[in-house]
Design a protein around this ligand. Structure first.
Ligand code: ASP
Length: 310
């Protein structure tokens, strides 16, 4: 039997800023963004709302904050456009909805949810994904709304480096994503993830975020997971599903399973990044293998926190 308390964890991406480049002001701004999003999700759970609604609201708040690479603040492709991926997954029945490569909806995570709720499909791309978002009454925004100087500059820097044949760069610097995982008072789990992807990705590139089992996963019997990091590796190692599989088949705890996947599977294979995860008992794990991961969490009647570095 569940103890009927809620748990919520969110992330705003892994490794985007090296500690050496962080100022106290920036750190405060990131932490404030995380706390706002945590509160948006927690308000739902506190009122007895569902894990699915909580992760959706938390991710919307993160998408609205230009500091994070999702929604407003999404990174640019090599062509200087933004293409966003998002996914939601419901632990009750593994229903999932996703969109990939879209531009327009203010909150791509709501478009992902519309796919889950209004179609028999899991993932939509292209004009029909946008048509569905319109039909669902979702808000749209234009290029000005989504523009951020910092992301534009990051693209120019990356392109300039590539032109010189340098691809050096801290791998952790290029990415970012937002996500949330929750267990509600019913004991139901849900996960949501949203991203602009990786700076200077090829147009049409789709990452792990909108792929259930890779960057997003939820199953009531085990856990809900949202990942952030080098998406290609999260896809190839089916990161989210692997955390659940280790719990299901090996009897590992959430902490053991999540840590193993991040440190032993992803880390040594160029999979810089981390995951946030919650299990059926409300335990939370937040492992990452790079310098930092913007993250915050709360357990009803228990601990809460927000942090960037280890
Ligand atoms: N995983 C995301 C992607 O590959 C990026 C990130 O989380 O940093 O699209």
């Amino acid at each position: 039997m569940t103890d009927k308390t809620y748990s919520l964890a969110i992330h705003g991406g892994a490794g985007t800023i090296l500690k050496s480049k962080m100022t106290p002001e920036r750190e405060d701004a990131y932490l404030a963004g995380l706390r706002t999003a945590l509160e948006a999700g927690e308000a739902v759970l506190r009122d007895g709302g569902s894990a699915m609604d909580a992760v959706t609201e938390a991710v919307c708040a993160l998408e609205d904050e230009p500091l994070f690479n999702a929604g407003r603040g999404a990174v640019y492709t090599t062509e200087g456009v933004q293409e966003m991926d998002a996914c939601v997954m419901d632990g009750q029945d593994r229903r999932a909805g996703a969109v990939a490569g879209i531009f327009g909806p203010k909150n791509p995570v709501r478009a992902a949810r519309a796919v889950m709720e209004r179609t028999p499909h899991v993932c939509l791309i292209g004009p029909n994904a946008l048509a569905l978002a319109r039909e669902a009454g979702l808000e749209f925004e234009d290029r000005d709304y989504f523009f951020t100087q910092a992301r534009w500059d990051a693209l120019q820097e990356t392109l300039a480096m590539r032109a010189k044949g340098e691809e050096s760069d801290d791998p952790a610097r290029r990415h970012g994503t937002v996500g949330a995982v929750a267990r509600d008072r019913n004991g139901d789990l849900a996960a949501a993830t949203s991203t602009g992807g990786m700076t200077a990705k090829l147009p049409g590139r789709v990452g792990d975020t909108p792929m259930p089992g890779a960057g997003t996963f939820a199953e009531n019997a085990t856990c809900a997971v949202s990942g952030t990091g080098h998406g290609e590796i999260f896809i190839r190692w089916t990161a989210g599903a692997e955390v659940a599989a280790r719990m299901r088949h090996r009897g590992e705890t959430l902490e053991e399973a999540a840590r193993h996947v991040v440190m032993n599977d992803l880390g040594p294979n160029d999979g810089s990044g981390g995951v946030i995860a919650v299990d059926r008992d409300g335990n939370i794990a937040l492992p990452f293998n790079c310098e930092g991961m913007y993250r915050a969490f709360v357990r009803e009647g228990g601990e809460r926190g927000a942090a960037i570095y280890a």
